[in-house]
Design a protein around this ligand. Structure first.
Ligand code: ZN
Length: 554
């Protein structure tokens, strides 16, 4: 029997590898793939918007929706035709395929390494998407570029051009030409919106961005975006280059349209005003503290109305940093936009279910979105405090990033997490303004929610810097008794020890960064950034919980 089974197994794998076509999922399998994304209706309060802004928002949303088909065609030349064909199939399988196609903005399942799930598409997503001719090799491109004049080389490698084959030869085509028909419509809607809004910074951004879509010169509108601070928050255009798997040169069209969250914006302002005080009290050697913090990169908190194009597939973005253009970053820095209602949806659909599986039953009531989101804000601000300079023995100056090299991201993310907790605890204990409420109840909510959120981060796998930093934190806390595993395998917080354990971890991480201690950092990560058996057991129980969310219309 055993031999036969083995033979069959060998035979099956031989057959599978002989054909390049992967087996396509049937209805049951496809539904299981879809079920990994929990549907959510995003809530946004539009009541406070002025009449002009409300009208402008409608126009902007109309413009944004045009980027879905535009992005699909950037991803693959056959996308729109295949989508049309799928939409005519009214069988249960056809409907599921159509639905999953839209969730991925194409025929490949993104979280399954981009393998095709419908017939009529290449079995894997083309590496260079539709930015380059499908038959072009990397070598051909490089040889061609090397022979071009310098200015043409920049264009060939630029964010806003595609490469096409004309009479057999490679040629540069600007986005404004390649996508003219669609971009003329998008630009005209943005112009209309700019006439309707009564906010000056939005008016300026929309108008300049409309021009940029047709001229391919995005500089002025990127600068205007950095200055944008309006009740209606808009990010629209070609931005991220992840879909260009060959070179990472070409930007995909996307949009995030939202409404500013005033409560969180005020909270952010309050924290920003406290940063120097927190820095002056960081749990490190006082001479390693920074007596004068520099200006912080702006942060906006918005509630998403809609996201389209590259921002509308696979795992949902909960925060983003833009622009990517180095010229703008040198001049104006970059801006971080946090999507509060996306975070909230992920919290309810993923974090709460996780807490019901891994936390001690008595602690589950302490899991709180307010504390979850406030800690995310504190995490972002904490990137701006703590050591940013390393004084070397030879008197020269370096930075933690340069000294800690490939270990830096994991340490910096963990530092922002832990120092964010320190910041909140410090304000609970010392702030007299009444703007933040401390005490035993707040502390229980903060640390218990944090413990539950650790498991969500760990699900990303240890190749992810956040997850690596999180595994290290959990093990450190378990070793110090701040977190405990109960005999039944549930996790809990020991409130008598958790504060000191985190403070001590904050001290250790800040000191590693301040001294640029590569060997010490490596030793710490090697020992602690691992999944120990008790963690593995808990993670195993989370398999059925959704991977992510999927925004659906009302
Ligand atoms: Zn971070």
């Amino acid at each position: 029997m055993k031999t036969t089974l083995l033979l069959c197994a060998i035979l099956v794998s031989c057959l599978a590898s002989a054909s390049d076509e992967p087996r396509l999922p049937d209805l049951k399998e496809l539904n299981a793939k879809i079920a990994r994304f929990a549907p959510v209706k995003l809530k946004v309060d539009l009541k406070k918007l002025s009449a002009g802004d409300r009208k402008a928002l409608t126009k902007v949303v109309e413009a944004a929706k045009l980027l879905d088909p535009l992005f699909m065609s950037q991803l693959w030349s056959g996308s729109l035709e295949l989508r049309e064909k799928l939409s005519r199939d009214s069988s249960a399988l056809g409907k599921a395929r159509s639905k999953y196609f839209l969730m991925n903005m194409g025929p490949w399942s993104e979280i399954d390494e981009n393998v095709a799930f419908v017939p009529g598409a290449p079995s894997k997503r083309p590496e260079g998407a539709n930015f380059y001719p499908e038959d072009m090799t990397k070598e051909e491109f490089e040889k061609w570029v090397a022979a071009l004049p310098a200015a043409e080389q920049d264009k060939a490698k630029g964010y806003f051009t595609v490469i096409r084959r004309k009479a057999g030869k490679l040629a540069i085509v600007p986005y404004g030409e390649e996508y003219r028909t669609e971009l003329v419509k998008v630009a005209s809607l943005l112009k209309e919106a700019s006439e309707l809004t009564d906010n000056a910074s939005l008016k300026k951004y929309l108008s300049l961005r409309a021009d940029a879509l047709l001229s391919d010169d995005y500089y002025a509108s990127d600068i205007a975006w950095m200055d944008l601070d309006a009740p209606v928050d808009v990010t629209i255009g070609p931005y991220e280059t992840y879909n260009d798997g060959i070179f990472g040169y070409k930007a995909a069209f996307e949009s995030f349209i939202g409404v500013r969250d005033d409560v969180e914006t005020n909270k952010l302002q309050f924290f920003s005003g406290k940063l120097q005080e927190v820095e002056n009290n960081l749990p490190i050697d006082p001479k390693l503290r920074n007596p004068k913090l520099g200006a912080m990169a702006p942060i906006r908190v918005v509630n998403q109305v809609i996201s389209t194009g590259d921002a509308n597939h696979g795992v949902r973005t909960a925060a983003y940093n833009l622009p990517n253009d180095e010229r703008v970053i040198r001049e104006k820095g970059s801006k971080r936009v946090m999507l509060k209602n996306i975070q909230e949806a992920k919290f309810h659909k993923i974090l709460e279910p996780i807490s019901k599986v891994v936390l001690d039953p008595a602690e589950r009531k302490n899991v709180s979105f307010d504390h979850f989101f406030t800690h995310i804000l504190a995490h972002e601000l904490s990137h701006g405090i703590g050591p940013h300079v390393v004084k070397k023995n030879d008197g020269k100056e370096s930075t933690p990033r340069l000294e800690l090299k490939e270990l830096y991201s994991a340490i910096e993310e963990a530092k922002a997490d832990v120092t964010g907790l320190f910041m909140l605890q410090y304000l609970y204990d010392n702030d007299k303004s009444g703007k933040i409420k401390g005490g035993a109840d707040a502390e229980r909510k903060l640390y218990t929610t944090y413990l539950a959120s650790a498991f969500r981060t760990l699900r990303f796998g240890l190749q992810d810097a956040h997850a690596k930093g999180m595994a290290m934190q959990i093990n450190y806390l378990l070793d110090r008794g701040g977190f405990v595993v109960k005999p039944d395998g549930y996790f809990a917080v020991d409130y008598t020890k958790v504060k000191d354990a985190f403070k001590s971890l904050s001290h250790d991480l800040l000191t590693l960064e301040a001294t640029g201690d590569y060997a010490g950092t490596k030793a710490m990560l090697d020992k602690l950034a691992v999944v120990r058996p008790e963690l593995a057991k808990a993670l195993e129980k989370l398999k059925k919980i959704p991977t992510d969310i999927y925004p659906v219309a009302d």
